[in-house]
Design a protein around this ligand. Structure first.
Ligand code: GRF
Length: 219
């Protein structure tokens, strides 16, 4: 049952692994920094640690490999997500590509956090690729999801310097707490109705956003 003050605040989280981004959302809610409620946590990996971070009644998972084809898993996932009536759906460490039908069904309220300064380094191994390219700056982006991988309109980014002796691991470790804050800040904007997807772009307070917001998310 939805309470009167939960309008536009129900978040469904898709996660495949440890779920530190999910934990950041849970902490922000618990500490009163984000007016939201978790509608459900959904995983393509029944053993994902992310699932354990919420009560059983909020968990849904299915092994994608047990479905005959990709669309069948996506359809089951979409039905499960729809059933909890989320206002926003957040891919937070969700490592499976969402099919076009899934994206179309939730388009405009489907977000992803990606550990690179998009449009750089779509896909995997972003920290290693930033180092190999000799980048002096790295970061994370929160964007609307479109059918093409990591290609949707970017709402906001956080940047960190690349240090001379960084490895992919140290870079990832330094970025992660910033990613968490970035995700919470963007969710706050989305839940308060200030951000919307329009065509291939983003509206902030009703005006087109020509470049992604650069958020501080400092320590
Ligand atoms: C994060 O770096 C996120 O940006 C990326 O995968 C990682 C997942 O972390 N998509 P977690 O599962 O939320 O801890």
């Amino acid at each position: 049952m939805r309470s009167a003050d939960s309008t536009s605040r129900r978040i469904a989280v898709l996660a495949s692994g440890r779920g530190s981004n999910l934990q950041a959302i849970l902490d922000a809610i618990a500490e009163g920094r984000l007016a939201a409620e978790i509608a459900g946590v959904f995983s393509d990996k029944p053993g994902a640690h992310a699932l354990e971070r919420v009560p059983e009644r909020l968990r849904w998972s299915a092994d994608a490999k047990s479905f005959p084809f990709r669309e069948a898993f996506d359809a089951a996932l979409a039905d499960a997500v729809d059933a909890v009536q989320p206002d926003w759906i957040v891919c937070a460490g969700y490592m499976r590509i969402l099919g076009a039908d899934f994206v179309r069904r939730f388009r405009g309220r489907l977000l992803n956090i990606h550990p690179s300064l998009l449009p750089k380094y779509r896909g995997l191994h972003t920290h290693r690729r930033a180092l190999e390219a000799g980048d002096t700056e790295h970061g994370a982006s929160v964007h609307f999801v479109v059918p093409e991988l990591d290609a949707g309109a970017v709402i906001a980014q956080v940047r960190i310097p690349v240090l001379p002796d960084d490895s992919p691991e140290t870079l990832a470790e330094r970025l992660l707490p910033r990613e968490h804050r970035l995700l919470i800040d963007v969710l706050a904007l989305c839940l308060s109705g200030r951000v919307a997807e329009q065509g291939e772009g983003v509206l902030l307070d009703g005006h087109p956003l020509f470049t992604p917001l650069q958020l501080d998310c400092g320590a």
